[in-house]
Design a protein around this ligand. Structure first.
Ligand code: PAF
Length: 281
């Protein structure tokens, strides 16, 4: 496995692989990898000839005051983990490599990024789409995978890939969970043992909503109310949002009469966690 730190190095390998007619796969990550990331690699591996995992804590998707500086990092452990899953190359640039002096161009998907997480993090998705479009351009990947835990992100990236005519199959893979149901996330490492126990209330709330729906409840307000009760019963956890939204345009629903997503973001202490479940009438 090769570690590529610069864009010229990456391009040399990409051009060589393209010249041989090889299909390139990409798993974009911010590192501190867990089983969720490894499942993305396992999804892409059989669908390509050469697999690149990018590890880049992307500054443009963090607002001032967010956790950019303390975002967890462990490149040695990440290298071992991805090598064991058949990765050909890690692309591990630093920030000036991706955003040199004078950088001014952003990729923005209108509409989908200003709801749900976009309300609390208004500049987040333009950072995500900018870095992902750069990674698509640089790696010339034909297949790439993202996790369903970041449902809004994956929908926005699919929209971007379609709108900008990227010839990339964007795979969205199921959320990988801890035994008690907590969605795996690099940010779970911020939680104290007590917070870790409490954090599962988000998944419990979402599955409660899912259960109500399966029992015939179609009022989004009633489902939201029940989800809210579950979170409010957990000390030290506060709600950023809990919503029932249309699965394709992310607009809030009153009546759940079409494919929908129950999505939530909560603060467990100072740590913001997100999760979602898909429901289909
Ligand atoms: O989901 C993530 O880890 C990041 O948002 C991504 C897609 C790697 C872009 O920085």
């Amino acid at each position: 496995m090769i570690i590529l730190r610069t864009i010229p190095e990456l391009r040399t390998f990409v051009h060589d692989w393209q010249g041989q007619g090889l299909r390139i796969g990409l798993v974009p990550t911010m590192g501190y990898l867990h089983a969720g990331h490894l499942s993305l690699i396992d999804h892409v591996r059989p669908r390509c000839d050469r697999l690149i995992v990018s590890i880049f804590v992307n500054p443009t998707q963090f607002a001032p005051g967010e956790d950019l500086d303390r975002y967890p990092r462990n490149i040695e452990r990440d290298e071992q983990a991805v090598a064991a899953h058949g990765t050909d190359a890690i692309f591990y640039p630093d920030a000036p490599e991706m955003y040199p002096e004078g950088f001014r161009t952003f990729t923005i998907v209108e509409g989908l990024g200003d709801v749900l997480c976009g309300r609390t993090r208004p500049t987040h998705f333009r950072g995500v789409t900018t870095v992902v479009s750069k990674l698509f351009n640089l790696t010339r990947c034909q297949v790439a995978a993202f996790g369903q835990k970041d449902y809004q992100q994956s929908l926005i990236i699919r929209r971007m890939a379609a709108d900008l005519n990227y010839d990339v199959d964007v795979l969205v893979c199921s959320t990988v969970r801890e035994e008690d149901g907590l969605a795996m996330s690099s940010r779970n490492s911020y939680l104290s043992p007590e917070e870790r126990e409490r954090a599962v209330c988000l998944y419990r709330a979402l599955t409660k909503g899912q259960k109500l729906f399966s029992l015939g409840e179609r009022s989004a307000a009633k489902i939201r109310q029940e989800m809210k009760r579950t979170i409010q019963a957990t000390p030290g956890v506060s709600i950023d949002y809990l919503e029932a939204v249309d699965a394709y345009n992310l607009q809030p629903l009153e009546k759940i009469d079409r494919p929908a997503v129950l999505a939530g973001a909560v603060y467990v202490g100072a740590t913001r966690l997100i999760d979602n479940v898909i429901i289909e009438p």
